[in-house]
Structures are given as C-alpha cells and as structure tokens.
Design a protein around this ligand. Sequence first.
Ligand code: PBG
Length: 331
Amino acid sequence: MTTASFPAIRMRRGRSSPWMRAMLAEHRLHPSDLIWPLFICEGKDREEPIASLPGVSRWSVDLLAGKAREVAALGIPCIALFPNTPNELRTDDASEALNPDNLICRAIRTIKDAVAEIGVLTDVALDPYTSHGHDGIVDGRGTVLNDETVKILVDQALVQAEAGADIVAPSDMMDGRIGAIRQALEREGHIDIAIMAYAAKYASAFYGPFREAVGSLGRLKGDKRGYQMDSANSDEALREVALDLAEGADFVMVKPGLPYLDVIRRVRDRFEVPTFAYQVSGEYAMIEHAAAAGAGDRDSLILETLLAFKRAGASGVLTYHAPDAARLIAG
Ligand code: PBG
C-alpha cells in the first residue's frame, strides 16, 4: 500500500482522458459474457409481445433460427430457452416436460440444426408444465415433493439432452437433483453435456414478468419459499453451491442479479469456479420503466448494471438485454 498522499497522489490523473480511462479499466464487458434468455410459443410466424417485459416477445419455433443467427452474429455465445406450454398440456404431473417433441425440444433441434456456432441452454424445472405453476410435484397440502420431483427432473434433463441441449440448467432448487441428473447423463453417454446449477436461487419478487412470459403467473398458488432461498441468507448460498459442485455441477449461478452481487462475490472468492448471474425479468423491467420515465439513460443503465456483475466476479450474465448490450459494446 502506498504511503504517499495528496498532492503527490492525485487520483483524477487516471481519469483525465478517455484513453487513460480505457487503459486503466479493471473490468470489461464483452458480448461473450452474455447469455440470451428466449421465450418460445406455439404457432407459425408468430411473435407475442410480453406486456410486463417491454421489448421482449415469445417467438414461434420457425422464427428461432433467424433469432439465433442474429445473436450469434453479435458474438453472443449461448441462448437459454423457456417455453410457454399451451394451457391444455399443463397437468399436475407435468408430463409434457417429458415429451421428446414438446416445444422446447423442437426449439433446441431447430437452433442446433440451423446455427452450429451457438450454444443452447435449457431450464430443468417443471413450472412451465404444471397446472399449479410450481417447479415440482405438489401433494394434497400444497407441499412440493422433493424426491418425486427429482425423478421427473432427471427424465426432463435426459429428454433435453437427447434433443441436443449443450447445457442443462436445473432451476428448481430440489435437493439432490444435480447428482441424480449427472449420474443419468453419464449413464446415457451424455458425458459432454454441462450442468449449470441454479445453485443459489432466491424466492424473489423480481420473477413476476417471467411468470407472465411462461404462463405460470395466474396459476401459482402460494409462493416458492419452501424450496427457493430466503433473501436474508448468504452463508446458506455457499452451502448450496458446495453441494451442487460436489454432486457434479460444472458451473453455478446466482439469481436474481443486482440485489445479490454480494453473493456472487462470496461464491467466486470461495470456490473459484465459473459463476453466472441471472439479471432476471423484474430487473429488466425496472431498467426499461426507469428509462421510459426519464429517470436515467437506457443504454448507460444497461451497460453499468452488466459491468457490475463482472466487477462482482461473475463469469457471465443471463440477461434479456443481451442483444442490445452486444450492439452497444460493438459501438
Ligand atoms: C423457473 C424459473 C424462473 C426463472 C427462471 N426459471 C421463475 C421462478 O422460479 O418462478 C426466473 C427468471 C426471470 O425472472 O427472468 N424455475
């Protein structure tokens, strides 16, 4: 630590010109840091705008190759897929999640066939498929049953792997699911499929627009506090991450994003493994509404918040702003 002080040290020297600031930047945002979450719907040549996510739509499968090409050209390495399952296919046992020809499997195949250079990440959880909107199987008292749910999640992950997913990302927060999925992937020869564990996923008020997007919002009875984490805790997040890594997760995720930067930093420092952040739907909406209300410059808000994840230690960020951010970075 330097002992010199003012005026020998003038911190503003390092901020005195654009080139100086560029030279001294400790962190940088690059398109390859971004994962783009994409909502899918049934139909043909169909775009369905999502009211609570201004600027974000659901797209029918026939339009996905075009979307994938567009973001691949921007240097975005990976797309995360989320289906809006038709209402009549939502059941108490989420059986549509295991249909090898369901919306997400058709989407995976379409993208992998059309655009070789982009990765596809899929969500492993039952909420887009259940009639009650929970991530797992619910008993008569409304409790989500852990072990029964894990059995289905394993099959769901295998169905997605067979369809061509590169990364499966369990977002359900059941105990023991990473180990069970890893074992099944190995057994079935899917040795190169990565698991990105939603390891520290909080029961958050920021998921509202997402639930509208996948059609689970009006269905959900109660909340998800019996399986997602309490926002009061961060030691517990380290335990969750340790367990998921021990069970075979390749990468971990902290979710939501901005309100949990402290958790990202702790995870990265403790485990030194690829750690992703999910800037979730409510955070996206917050930025869009703030900008629309004139409370801040949209482009600057996008880039400042995304850079904050890098500073906190994140390897990458899932964000609905990915295409816009990539364009802004390119200038
Ligand atoms: C479902 C899932 C959720 C999100 C990603 N996967 C919602 C939830 O847990 O209720 C939220 C993403 C977002 O808000 O952008 N398991």
